[in-house]
Design a protein around this ligand. Structure first.
Ligand code: ZN
Length: 184
């Protein structure tokens, strides 16, 4: 009886002979570079940690290995989060958005998600924005004193994120596209 085969080595590039499930691949609406945006969120605190990019192979690795793998547009290579920084991302869930051009990857993040050392890529980078209330909203009635303002704003972001995901997705892409080089 032959010995059991060795576990498959981690391959770089697409020479491994494995492919993303065609049924999954068919749902993707990739950009001209063959990529979809991947929003990464901490599973328990719901922190929005970062945004990266995945092609089919990066998604396949993410779905099958338990570790989040991105494709770096600036370096044209695969990048498994945490391999150099130790700040690994352990996959909990992966969801595709309504039109297939974005992924929500829910993870358990070790340490800082951002290569600058902050927990999320969005720490301390708030832009001046008019803060508006939805007509009829009672969220500012003061009755929800259990939630602090930080939680409130996170919840607001999650709720409204569904409504203007297309708009903010474009903005996010523009903003984070410049930061895509973080190799941590
Ligand atoms: Zn960052």
């Amino acid at each position: 009886m032959p010995p059991p085969p060795n576990p498959a080595p981690i391959t770089h590039g697409k020479a491994g002979g494995e492919h993303l499930d065609p049924a999954v691949a068919a749902l993707l609406r990739k950009d001209d570079a063959g990529l979809v945006a991947a929003v990464v969120q901490q599973f328990d605190t719901r922190e929005v940690l970062m945004l990266g990019w995945m092609d089919e192979e990066a998604l396949r690795r993410t779905l099958t290995s338990g570790r989040v793998t991105f494709y770096s547009r600036s370096r044209s290579e695969y990048w498994r989060k945490g391999d150099t920084s130790g700040h690994r991302q352990w996959v909990r869930d992966v969801a595709l958005d309504c039109d297939g051009d974005a992924l929500l990857v829910t993870v358990d993040q070790e340490g800082a998600a951002c290569h600058t050392g902050t927990r999320t890529c969005f720490d301390g980078r708030a832009l001046p924005a008019v803060r508006a209330e939805r007509p009829g909203s009672t969220s500012n009635s003061g009755s929800d004193s259990v939630l602090n303002s930080e939680l409130n704003s996170e919840l607001d972001s999650e709720l409204t994120g569904e409504l203007d995901s297309e708009l903010t997705g474009e903005l996010d892409s523009e903003l984070t596209g410049e930061l895509d080089s973080e190799g941590a």
